[in-house]
Design a protein around this ligand. Sequence first.
Ligand SMILES: [Fe+2]
Length: 170
Amino acid sequence: MPRQPVDVIKRYLEDAIAAEKNFESQLRDFAEEGHHSHIQRLFARHADETRSQYERLTNRLHALGGSPSGMKSMLAHMFGSMPKVAQIGHDDAEQVTQNILMAYTVEQSEIAMYEALAAAAAAAGDNVTESLAREIQSEERRTADLLWQELPRAARSSFDEVTGRRTMTP
Ligand SMILES: [Fe+2]
């Protein structure tokens, strides 16, 4: 039996809420690690933004008559397990680079997640959810851009720390 459009949108919202909640705690951990204060601030700021994102999503879900299910979406699982996997085989000094890389990957997944939500909401004629998805998507894009800019510098500084600034000899 076909499902009601509103139920489909509620499911998308629940998934996004679960993913954002999971990512907020990852970001708080990232903000504690390393000693690059501007990168730590970037993580802390986006953790706050992420909290505001799932609050806005939760408000919308309530307005549609739903409530967060507590069920973990596929993305939430992915966000939860990636960082530990990424750090296997890396020195401590490389952790910040790995954190940026992971956070960048999560942001890109979120951009895709909100693209799907926006498209489904548009198909359902739910303009409010569509513009919320677009608004959050542009916040994720901004963060992804900032992380991308930080990546080479962090990789360089990790390299220097791990090697004692030695370059390769032929
Ligand atoms: Fe987010």
